[in-house]
Design a protein around this ligand. Structure first.
Ligand code: SF4
Length: 95
């Protein structure tokens, strides 16, 4: 695996695992859904240059859209209030 920005699907998967661990969240236990979001992050990175959220609409303004680079600014509140982020990627820790 290369250092720095995750590029491939395997690297992105490793990145979301690390990010969940650092943040104290769990990843979606549904492997299929998890894979879909990981693929979406890889695709957005390839197409638009950053890990833009696959479940949100970019405005096209990089400054504005920085808020929706994964992990987006909404994640912690969404997990705190709904138990998961909008993409269903990060889940609250087991009670
Ligand atoms: S909603 Fe979830 S997957 Fe989407 S950017 Fe936010 S944290 Fe990442």
């Amino acid at each position: 695996m290369s250092e720095g920005e995750p590029v491939t699907e395997a690297e992105m998967h490793a990145w979301v695992e690390r990010e969940a661990e650092i943040s104290g969240f769990r990843l979606n236990p549904d492997e299929r859904q998890l894979k879909t979001v990981v693929k979406g992050l890889v695709r957005n990175r390839e197409r638009f240059g950053a890990r833009y959220c696959p479940c949100r609409i970019r405005s096209g303004d990089p400054e504005k859209d920085a808020a929706i680079v994964c992990p987006c600014v909404h994640r912690d509140e969404e997990v705190a209030t709904g138990g998961r982020c909008h993409c269903n990627l990060f889940h609250a820790p087991e009670p």
